[in-house]
Design a protein around this ligand. Structure first.
Ligand code: ZN
Length: 109
């Protein structure tokens, strides 16, 4: 049996992954014990990519809501500056949405 740390993290908990091989079977395991076959690791990683990008879309889109909530309590000069930044973030959210919609999961067949 051999094992080696690989330069990737567990798709469930982001802990470091170790490749474990007994000659016939290869699995990947993190520190807390999540285990994956090679195919399952790729499949689960694809889900992680999609979740991370949707989280980015939400963060960028809610920037507009935050600016709307906070701006009334700031000087007018800051409001103008923040509204321009929020508009830019809304545009970036749309760009990330496009990336998510074009995302392809790993396939082995
Ligand atoms: Zn894990």
């Amino acid at each position: 049996m051999s094992s080696r740390l690989i330069n990737a993290t567990c798709p469930e908990c982001r802990g470091p992954l170790t490749e474990i091989s007994d000659g016939n079977v290869v699995e990947y395991q993190c520190l807390v014990g999540h285990r994956y076959s090679p195919e399952a690791l790729l499949h689960t990683h694809s889900d992680t990519e999609e979740r991370a990008l949707w989280a980015a879309v939400v963060a960028l889109e809610e920037a507009q809501n935050l600016v709307s909530a906070v701006s009334p309590h700031l000087p007018a000069s800051a409001r103008t500056l923040l509204e321009a930044q929020a508009d830019k973030k809304t545009q970036q959210a749309a760009q990330v949405r496009d990336v998510v919609q074009q995302l392809s999961p790993f396939r082995t067949e």
